[in-house]
Design a protein around this ligand. Structure first.
Ligand code: WT7
Length: 634
């Protein structure tokens, strides 16, 4: 019997050793005992990182929706699968049980079949955070159709590029979407995008906001009437383990977005097993991940991971600041949320606001807090720990990527002692390696290098859609026979990992290798600083110097004194070499829709290339860019 739920640190180490010494046996036991297969595999793993080619559970037959839905119906048909919390708190929350979800997925699968979709076809899902998004993903998976979810904040141009790249035959969207106090015309964005997409034959439209929209006869269909006519019986298509499950686009450092392709069985096994352990999920827990399903976090840890465990997953349509800055905390109190998983950027934004927004609410249901997506700075970590977790809920700082499918580095709550800003230890089955620039593996502790993974884990993306060469070049060419994450990391004296940031953000100043993340961490420690970003710019003596963009919490102190204090702090913590040459105070930093600071734009501005910023329309806050350009320091 394999142990599915890790309970002690000794057990973690024992399972970890087994997963490294006998990986095939380890994963075979997990797969065998905790999932539903139509046929077992012939071979657990075959792989070659040099080709690259990776196959898990080859020969096995299954359907992921039978694992996420059908098998739960006997014992927990009436349990809430999706707990939908609408954007507007005056609209009632909706509990969708496993029985109901199963029925709606089957109906929608029949709608897709009736529109002529077949196994292997691609469908683009451009939807807000509403139940129909989860239903559409599962309906695709039910009949072997590959979904490509595009975050509903992307522009029509970005949407068209993604639809065309994977030649989607259908788009599922809604008339509009709610985002805080705003209503966004999603269907209008789709209409513009589709002028460039001849591959799309049908558009299914969810009625979410009840706005007047144009429906093109023959192409556009309201979903509701089709659903009410559809049969609720839909036999799951029997799929091969390595058949595609979904494509999810992620931006590369250059060029067009990369359509990461994930396949069924390995992805299912890994995200289900990580979900269970990283959140220590127990039967009556109410789990909430506030990420958008448009990102990998939402795919793995709102939809597939929780549902494969028969969990209750909160689906939140809104934003942290609407109708007030207490919205997250209100939702936690209202639904007695036990696990809360969010992004450091959200934590920093909310930590800027008065603590009275938090103190109004009873957060005592919380057992585990999580962060993901970027390094969390020490100050934000402590605020999360003190104000939200009341020092009683361990924080899991989880590191992973669109490409890795599931969480790679993380503490196990109540088991791994946490350390602020550290993702701590590799998850079971993950074999990290830190590499130096010459390609040698750094052995032992207290080393810093480039983070690679030496051995396949079940949920690694298998290719980039339509471009296997780029997959090889991006992830398997920098270091021989290893997957390269693109991140830098250090391993401390006890073997804990800390992500130091993308290595493409490294700046060489006077021959010294400076990562932006550790310097930003120090800047953010200054009590007046809300957020910061550093880029390099050419300097006549040092080669490069540091240009910083800093958002202050309040602007009532003398800015030059604050500048001096920040550089003093850096000198203290890192050394004078990391001192900032230029400090520009800004009203905000340009961010992607997922909350990542767009250093590329800041770098161009610092390089006096602000006339060449490219398309900034996909930013979360394009308006800050002009202000930053206008106040650029010379
Ligand atoms: C990149 C992947 C993983 C879900 C959302 C982002 C950074 C992710 C952490 C973390 C420090 C992190 C890395 C990684 N990142 N998690 N816990 N600590 N950095 O997915 O858009 O594919 O981005 O996000 O730089 O490579 P993504």
């Amino acid at each position: 019997m394999s142990n599915y739920n890790i309970k002690h640190i000794e057990e973690y180490y024992q399972l970890y050793r087994k997963s490294v010494n006998e990986p095939e046996l380890f994963w075979e036991e997990i797969a065998e005992e905790h999932f539903l297969w139509q046929k077992k595999w012939d071979k657990v793993l075959s792989w070659d990182f040099r080709k690259p080619e990776i196959k898990w559970f080859e020969g096995a037959k299954l359907n992921i929706t039978e694992n996420c839905l059908d098998r739960h119906l006997i014992n927990k048909g009436d349990k809430t699968a999706i707990l939908f919390e609408p954007n507007n708190p005056t609209e009632e929350a909706v509990h969708i049980t496993y029985n109901e979800l199963h029925e709606r997925v089957c109906k929608m699968a029949n709608v897709l079949k009736d529109r002529g979709l077949n196994k292997g076809d691609r469908v683009c899902l451009y939807l807000p955070m509403i139940p129909e998004l989860v239903i559409s993903m599962l309906a695709c998976a039910r009949i072997g159709v590959v979904h490509s979810v595009v975050f509903a904040g992307f522009s029509s141009l970005a949407l068209a590029t993604r639809i065309n790249d994977s030649e989607c035959k259908m788009v599922v969207t809604s008339d509009g979407s709610y985002r805080g106090s705003k209503t966004i015309d999603l269907k209008g964005i789709v209409d513009v995008a589709l002028k460039e997409c001849s591959c799309v034959k049908d558009v299914l439209v969810v009625n979410r906001v009840g706005s007047e929209i144009k429906m093109i006869p023959g192409r556009d269909h309201w979903l509701e009437p089709l659903m009410s006519k559809a049969s609720s019986v839909c036999t799951a298509e029997i799929m091969d383990a390595e058949d595609p499950l979904f494509i999810l686009y992620t931006s590369g450092s250059t060029g067009k977005p990369k359509g990461m392709l994930h396949t069924i069985a390995g992805y299912m096994v890994y995200v289900a097993y990580t979900f269970k352990n990283v959140f220590q999920y127990k039967e009556n827990d109410i789990y909430w991940c506030s990420a958008d399903i448009g990102w990998i976090t939402g795919h793995s840890y709102i939809t597939y991971g929780p549902l494969a465990n028969g969990a209750t997953s909160v689906l939140f349509e809104g934003v942290p600041s609407y109708p007030g800055y207490g919205r997250f905390w209100e939702v936690i109190q209202k639904h007695k949320v036990t696990q809360f998983y969010t992004a450091p950027t959200a934590i920093r934004a909310l930590a800027r606001e008065d603590v009275s927004y938090v103190e109004k609410y009873d957060l005592s249901s919380l057992k585990v807090l999580g962060t993901v997506g970027e390094p969390i700075n020490e100050e934000a970590w402590h605020w999360y720990d003190d104000c939200i977790g009341k020092n009683k809920s361990p924080i899991v700082d989880t590191f992973f990527q669109t490409e890795t499918g599931g969480i790679m580095l993380t503490p196990i709550p109540y088991i791994t002692p946490t350390k602020p800003t550290y993702a701590t230890l590799p998850f079971i089955g993950v074999q990290p390696a830190l590499m130096d620039e010459k390609g040698n593996e750094l052995i032992g502790n207290q080393v810093e290098g480039r983070l690679c993974i030496k051995y396949p884990w079940p949920s690694i993306a298998r290719t980039i859609w339509g471009d296997h060469e780029r997959y090889k070049a991006t992830y398997f060419s920098a270091f021989d026979n290893k997957y390269f994450t693109g991140d830098g990391a250090l391993r401390d004296e006890v073997g804990y990992y800390r992500i130091t940031g993308r290595v493409d953000d490294v700046i060489i100043v006077s021959g010294h290798n400076l990562g932006t993340a550790p310097i930003e961490d120090v800047i953010n420690e200054h009590p007046d600083v809300a957020e910061s970003a550093i880029v390099g710019y050419p300097h006549h003596i040092k080669g490069n110097a540091l240009y910083s963009y800093i958002t202050l919490k309040s602007i009532n102190r003398d800015q030059n004194i604050v500048r001096k204090e920040i550089n003093q702090l850096i000198t203290e913590r890192i050394g004078p070499i990391s001192k900032l040459e230029k400090i520009q105070f800004t009203n905000g930093l340009p961010k992607t829709r997922s909350g990542k600071i767009m250093r590329r734009i800041l770098r161009k501005i610092a390089h006096n290339e602000s006339n060449d910023l490219g398309d900034i329309s996909t930013l979360l806050n394009p308006e800050v860019v002009e202000d930053i350009i206008g106040n650029k320091l010379v």
